[in-house]
Design a protein around this ligand. Structure first.
Ligand SMILES: Cc1cc2nc3c(=O)[nH]c(=O)nc-3n(C[C@H](O)[C@H](O)[C@H](O)COP(=O)(O)OP(=O)(O)OC[C@H]3O[C@@H](n4cnc5c(N)ncnc54)[C@H](O)[C@@H]3O)c2cc1C
Length: 447
């Protein structure tokens, strides 16, 4: 009998297992894939590593939004490279460099939009106050979820182009004006206004470090063990049975529902029917050396294409690889001929758009690899980029409670609360606060 079983060895599952095992619990992590990492597992081709679900993080500077969590998990010592800007946003051919630091941000953006100076200050101060409250685990965030992000933007910023710039910073969330909650917008945007960082190592280094700590703390991680049945205090995978006091699941809740016995159908049906966010197409490019200069920030073009550079290992500062992401709402459902031509077509479009900012890109491409929502489905169990779509109009149904109707079965991960590395680490703290009590978790995190 374990104290806890954590289902899924992505960043949320491993952070959860790390905290619990550090607090003395005997923890077992079960992962269906042959390796840990989940969305961060990445891949390599011909010895070159490519990142899948992490291209940068925000708020890693001292005292900022993510730093205290990463410090707890011993992740601040990884080779983080600070980026020059939060983002470069290009709209209709004009480039806007988003400075980091709330004051710099407001002043820098006011140079592009002088009449919006006061509005930018208000925008920055609202985001700062929301992200500044991140350590307050007790705070009721429902009112922040119930506010519309689009309304916040139109109330704060009166210039339409500036609003576009402020909603085009990275493919970090779905910018659906009819549903996006203010809290999601603020918490995904603010850390990158604080500071932006790229890891000079494959992104699975983060989950490798977490997994190592879990085992050093006495925890166990079993990969290649897909959970297919959950009952109270018990988890099954084919013919294996594991028992625990608490079961904490980081897998997409809709996938989990059919596995759970002893739960009312009405709850299961509600969870399965929740809309999911759209998918992501990515073209991973291997470049000929000496053709495309390395850019030390991410670039967004017309909110369609998002370019991420990997830190090159040469001294000349030429890019050797880069990734171009494109959010997609529809995609072929099977790996048919249509699917392969759809991918080739999107890769061509992605490179053509990226080339407007990076002249000579298509000539520099040596190899192209692609991933689609079907790839995500295959490796993580979900085609959706950011899990359940949160909706400010129906917060009580779309922002799930960590607690399920089955006693001792809990939820964490990107479908609960917020997505992104910062977002899912907060889902872990919220869930653990319910299991252990707020004070215990506060003490553990030195809050
Ligand atoms: C293209 C893209 C780019 C992104 N870029 C960034 C970025 O730059 N910065 C950032 O902060 N965030 C980024 N994100 C978001 C971030 O990657 C995710 O929010 C985060 O990794 C989710 O972690 P998780 O633990 O909730 O889920 P996952 O990583 O999906 O973990 C769930 C795990 O459960 C396992 N599992 C599923 N079913 C079972 C089962 N039946 N039994 C056992 N195990 C199971 C899966 O294999 C997986 O390992 C990006 C996302 C996408 C799609």
């Amino acid at each position: 009998m374990y104290d806890a079983i954590v289902i899924g060895a992505g960043v949320s599952g491993l952070m959860c297992a790390n905290i619990m095992s550090r607090m003395g619990a005997h923890v077992l992590v079960l992962e269906k894939e042959p390796k840990t990492g989940g969305m961060l597992q990445g891949f390599s081709r011909g010895g070159t590593a490519f990142d899948t679900g992490l291209h940068y993080v925000g708020g890693l500077g001292p005292g900022e939004s993510l730093e205290w969590i990463f410090r707890y998990h011993n992740l601040t010592g990884l080779p983080w490279k600070k980026l020059d800007y939060g983002e470069e946003v290009i709209i209709n051919g004009k480039s806007y460099l988003i400075p980091c630091g709330y004051d710099n941000f407001a002043m820098g953006m006011a140079e592009y939009f002088p009449h919006q100076r006061e509005n930018l200050k208000r925008f920055a101060s609202e985001l700062k106050s929301v992200s500044g409250g991140i350590r307050d685990l007790e705070k009721d965030r429902l009112p922040l979820y119930e506010r519309s992000a689009a309304e916040f933007l139109s109330e704060t910023i009166s210039n339409e182009t500036l609003r576009k710039v402020l909603t085009s910073m990275g493919p970090r969330m779905e910018m659906r004006s009819e549903s996006l909650p203010f809290y999601e917008y603020a918490m995904i945007t603010a850390p990158f206004i604080e500071s932006a960082w790229r890891l000079d190592a494959p992104s699975h280094t983060i989950t490798d470090v977490l997994a190592k700590q879990v085992t050093e703390n006495g925890g166990e991680i079993k990969c290649g063990v897909g959970v297919d049945c959950i009952t109270q205090n018990e988890v099954r995978s084919k013919d294996q049975i594991f028992k625990a006091e608490e079961i904490i699941s980081s897998i997409p809740p809709a996938n989990m529902m059919p596995m759970v016995k002893q739960m009312r159908d009405i709850y299961k049906k509600r969870i399965v029917s929740l809309p999911q966010t759209g998918g992501m197409f990515t073209a991973y490019l291997l470049l000929s050396p000496g053709m495309i200069p390395y850019v030390n920030h991410n670039i967004s073009i017309d909110n369609k294409v998002f370019i991420h550079f990997n830190v090159p290992d040469n001294q000349q500062n030429w890019a050797t690889t880069l990734e171009i992401m494109m959010p997609v709402d529809e995609w072929p459902q099977t790996r048919s001929d249509d699917y392969f031509s759809w991918k080739a077509d999107l890769a061509g479009q992605a490179i053509a758009i990226a080339q407007t900012r990076l002249p000579g890109l298509s000539r520099a491409v040596k190899e192209i690899y692609t991933s689609s929502p079907l790839t995500w489905q295959r490796y993580t169990g979900s085609a959706s980029a950011f899990g359940i779509r949160k909706d400010y109009r129906s917060v009580l149904t779309t922002v799930l409670s960590p607690r399920t109707p089955l006693p001792h079965l809990w939820l964490i991960g990107q479908s609960i609360g917020l997505h992104g590395v910062l977002g899912v680490s907060m889902t872990v703290l919220n869930t653990l606060s319910q299991i252990y009590g707020l004070e215990t978790i506060r003490k553990e995190l030195s809050l």
